[in-house]
Design a protein around this ligand. Structure first.
Ligand code: ADP
Length: 525
């Protein structure tokens, strides 16, 4: 490059980090060429100026890592130029190296006064100049790096604050012992403090129950569920707050992010639901009490009616029988027929009333003797009661060893007797009735099965037949239609349930399950 040009740029074609800018100012072009040659190996961008004015102009547009300034120059000498350079903001801190041929103390003082970093005396020793300039180059590189890192950091922090601001909840970042480091604007709104006042304070002034040991715990389980604590506003009023904490490892310490939301409306709604539930429970209890008292009244009425009707019916029966004996042989066929119809119906009515009383008795509330009952003995007793029917039909009743269960003996007896007699009663005309009783132990108690080889029951009636007065065979076989309702009431009083499985034409299996701990069962119902 030619030194005749007052200002020139030298862009060195070497790869590597972006070159930093250097400025050399000397009124002697030869000196500039010499400087250029010395600094070339540093591979930086060197700009040249032949006077102070050009140098100042370049300083307006560029940031130099260092300026090499000749002291002795016409018009504006090196010191004047340095003074001007220092007076400008952009170049206030740019290192200046004065180049001078004179070692005078006066010059040195003036130069250092003007912020010179160093002096280099002519003739310049290339190695010395290179090593000095290299230091400034490195310095600039470090500055640039630091600046970039600071900007990155600022950007990250800005992004972090933006995220914090965008959060729907009040967010606080604290140290493990609760010192507030950062807060979003929702914190101001929720607690009525300005954020600046909060920084450095302890989070417990907002959430008094916030615990230090909690930090240890949340560190173990990062996904901490929301907990409820009270929040205290600046004016001393408090509100229920939903609080979620999550710790994170910052560069030098563990910090805790605490998200806080006002859950007043949620808590109010819960309280309303709670009040409604209490009210509902009260009403249900009231209704249940009313129902059970009306049930009791009905039961008493049914009992009284069946009891009081029994006497007139018995009288009708007795008088009909006396009448038929008294007029024996004096009545025509038609009249005797009428008399026997009255007798039949009165006796059926008597039977029905008896069955109804039995049903009421079985299903009645109140205390009865609970005791261990040997089911083998109960089955034997039931069979003995049914001896006549068994002999008439040639039926056989068998059972495998049955358990001893906590029960009310009379109810179990009723149950076995009704199921065995039904098994015989609803027998098939094609085979001799065989009744088999068995039991299996279950997790909660026992299941008993009474199996017959009778006519069976159509699938659609399997539940129907357990209702009061429900009969499938009204004409051909006598009965009250209450036997199975008595069985159902008895099993339910024993805390169990009854059901039937059947194959029409082949037979039925009546099952009932009894609990091992009937008292617990009735408590949980
Ligand atoms: P009842 O025997 O007096 O009619 P139940 O309540 O004992 O009254 O039985 C109701 C009806 O269920 C009976 O009329 C009968 O139709 C049917 N049933 C009961 N047990 C059996 C059985 N083992 N096999 C077939 N049908 C039965």
């Amino acid at each position: 490059m030619s030194p005749k040009h007052t200002t020139s740029e030298l862009t060195l074609p070497f790869p590597g980090p972006t070159p930093v800018k250097l400025l050399a100012v000397d009124d002697d072009p030869h000196n500039l060429v010499a400087l250029q040659a010395i600094l070339e190996p540093l591979n930086q961008e060197l700009m040249l100026a032949e006077n102070g004015t050009d140098a100042l102009r370049l300083c307006l547009d560029h940031d130099f890592a260092a300026i090499l300034l000749d002291v002795r120059m016409p018009v504006m000498d090196g010191f004047e130029t340095a003074e001007m350079i220092r007076s400008r903001r952009r170049s206030r801190r740019t290192p200046i190296l004065f180049l001078t041929a004179y070692r005078s103390d006066e010059q040195l003082f003036r130069g250092y006064d003007l912020g010179a970093v160093d002096f280099l005396f002519k003739p310049i020793v290339p190695e010395v100049l290179q090593s000095k300039v290299r230091v400034f180059v490195e310095l600039r590189r470090s500055e640039e790096l630091l600046q970039r890192q600071t900007e990155d950091l600022k950007r990250t922090e800005r992004r972090f604050r933006d995220v914090l601001e965008a959060a729907p909840d009040a967010m606080l970042i604290t140290t493990e012992d609760g010192k507030i480091e950062l807060a979003n604007s929702r914190v101001d709104m929720l607690f009525q403090y300005s954020r600046e006042t909060l920084i450095g304070q302890n989070i417990r002034m907002l959430i008094p129950e916030w615990e230090c040991s909690m930090a240890e715990r949340v560190r173990e389980s990062l996904a901490q569920a929301e907990i409820r604590q009270m929040g205290v506003r600046r004016d001393g009023t408090s509100f229920p707050a939903g609080i979620t904490r999550s710790p994170f490892q910052a560069s030098d310490a563990v910090l805790i992010t605490t998200a806080i939301r006002d859950i007043t409306s949620q808590v109010d709604a819960e309280a309303r639901i709670e009040r409604t539930n209490v009210e509902l429970e009260r009403r249900v209890a009231e209704r249940t009490a009313a129902l059970s008292s009306s049930n009791e009244a009905l039961r008493q009425f049914a009992w009284a009616a069946s009891h009081d009707l029994q006497e007139p019916i018995r009288t009708v029966l007795a008088y009909t029988q006396w009448l038929s004996e008294a007029v024996n042989g004096h009545l025509g066929k038609r009249e005797s027929g009428m008399l026997s119809v009255i007798e039949d119906h009165a006796s059926r009515l008597n039977q029905l009333l008896g069955a109804l009383r039995q049903y009421i008795h079985v299903s009645e509330s109140g205390q009865q003797e609970w005791a261990p009952v040997d089911c083998n003995e109960v089955a034997a007793a039931a069979v003995s009661t049914l001896q006549t029917l068994i002999q008439e039909t040639g039926a056989s009743v068998e059972w495998s060893p049955l358990p001893i269960v906590p029960s009310i003996e009379i109810l179990l007896h009723q149950l076995f007797q009704n199921l065995i007699s039904n098994g015989i009663k609803y027998r098939s005309s094609e085979r001799t009735p065989v009744i088999r009783i068995s039991s299996t132990a279950t997790k909660t108690g026992w299941t008993f099965s009474v199996m017959d080889n009778g006519i069976g029951i159509d699938a659609q009636y399997l539940e129907y037949i357990f209702g009061v007065f429900r009969r499938l065979h009204t004409v051909e076989l006598s009965g009250t239609g209450i036997g199975l309702s008595i069985c159902k009431a008895a099993v339910e009083r024993l805390g169990g349930r009854i059901w039937v499985e059947s194959t029409p034409g082949s037979g039925s299996v009546f099952n009932f399950a009894l609990p091992r701990d009937p008292h617990r069962e009735s408590r949980t119902k």
